[in-house]
Design a protein around this ligand. Structure first.
Ligand SMILES: [Zn+2]
Ligand SMILES: [Zn+2]
Length: 238
């Protein structure tokens, strides 16, 4: 599998996963023009995208969902999402996934799992390509992850903030306590990510990608180094 991050974080999320000539897009959180440019940069034709998986309907993950479905891309997102927003018009191109449900499209098999995003319906995805048998686990915008997926080769996991920078922001009056509580209920800290990885069997792991880092509340160099030290694996920042 080849992983390409087009954009990660609150300004927009979108990741290309390529495997044996198959192309999967995870998240559609860029405006259409930017998404098109990003795909163009990596030689991906919209018509080549087998499937676009969306974790939840916040704009930084969802913005181009309608655009992609209008262009004929199969878009899959959580089933409850339609209660939180208007349904997408191209119903023939949209699949609403059930939690713990499995879904297959061409050579991709996907299992959706619930995450903890302060009450917003949000899924993580366990993804396999049936040709290469490579496995990927994707989870973002979540307070913690309670799963122990087996024989994962690629991890794409959020590390949003470091507690020390939230505390610093409070002390300096740049943030109030309600805001801090909201962040802690919606996003994963470096400390929580370390606990998560310490519980995983990493023997099949090839790459770890860290997603959705906060500009203000994290230090990318520290985050990368600490996860690298804790796991002993190749770590990339998206
Ligand atoms: Zn987000
Ligand atoms: Zn979100």
């Amino acid at each position: 599998m080849d992983i390409i991050s087009l954009s990660s974080g609150s300004k927009g999320n979108s990741y290309i996963v390529r495997d044996s000539g198959d192309t999967l897009l995870i998240e559609a959180g860029l405006p259409p023009k930017k998404l098109k440019e990003g795909l163009w940069d990596y030689d991906v034709d919209i018509a080549d995208i087998d499937l676009c998986l969306i974790s939840h309907v916040h704009q930084d993950h969802y913005k181009s969902a309608e655009f992609l479905s209008e262009r004929g891309v199969e878009v899959a997102l959580p089933e409850a999402a339609d209660e939180q927003i208007q349904r997408l018009p191209r119903e023939d191109r949209v699949t609403y996934l059930k939690s713990k449900g499995s879904y297959a499209k061409r050579f991709w098999v996907v299992k959706a799992v619930d995450l903890e995003h302060d009450g917003v319906v949000n899924y993580g995805y366990f993804i396999m390509n049936t040709k290469s048998r490579d496995k990927l686990f994707y989870a973002t915008d979540t307070m913690y992850i309670k799963y122990k997926p087996e024989s994962v080769n690629y991890w794409l996991v959020e590390v949003n903030f470091q507690d020390k920078y939230l505390e610093e922001a409070i002390k300096e009056g740049r943030m109030d306590r309600d805001n801090m509580r909201r962040i802690k209920r919606s996003h994963m800290s470096l400390a929580t990510a370390k606990v998560f990885f310490s519980k995983q069997d990493l023997s099949d792991t090839r790459e770890i990608w860290l997603l959705h880092l906060s500009d203000r509340n994290s230090n990318p160099t520290e985050v990368r180094e600490e996860i690298q030290k804790a796991t002993g694996k190749e770590v990339y920042l998206a």
